[in-house]
Design a protein around this ligand. Structure first.
Ligand code: FES
Length: 152
């Protein structure tokens, strides 16, 4: 499973491949919004431009490519910034939330976060667990088969 290292929060969070980065952050109680986004955001539609994250140094395949919305909305932002609501996680990566907000020793913290290896994570959904034999429901011939009856 991919691991997202949230640098500002000092947390590594596991998620399924294909999960939305914003939704993972919200589920894990990670604050991705600055003041403006807290006061009002679009709920993940790519319209409010308040869910910035910086993924500088991440494997380019760790997130899905920039969407057309991001290409338009992030024109004047650093090229390593993404909109969390537009990005699906495909592999492990390091994320700085709210990159527009100051962080003491930002470069050092980011460098250390990138130095510490992350598990690569699979690029596909995990195989489903094999299902145990189900008990027959009432009215579906609940009698035992001759194989089951003959055991022992
Ligand atoms: S939540 Fe509004 S642009 Fe991402």
């Amino acid at each position: 499973m991919p691991v997202i290292r949230f640098v500002r929060e000092g947390r590594d969070v596991e998620c399924y491949p294909g999960e939305n980065l914003r939704e993972v952050a919200l589920r894990e109680g990670i604050e991705i919004y600055g003041l403006k986004g807290k006061l009002g955001n679009c709920g993940g539609c790519g319209q409010c431009i308040t869910c910035f994250v910086d993924v500088d140094g991440a494997d380019p395949l760790a997130l899905t490519p920039c969407t057309a919305v991001e290409e338009q909305k992030l024109r004047r932002r650093p090229t390593s910034w993404r909109l969390a609501c537009q990005a699906l996680v495909q592999g492990s990566l390091v994320v700085l939330t709210r990159p527009q907000v100051g962080l003491q020793d930002r470069e050092g913290i980011l460098a250390r976060a990138l130095e510490t290896p992350l598990p690569p994570g699979p690029l596909a959904w995990p195989e489903p667990e094999p299902q145990a034999d189900l008990e027959p429901e009432e009215g579906e011939g609940g009698s035992t088969t001759s194989d089951e009856a003959g055991d022992g």
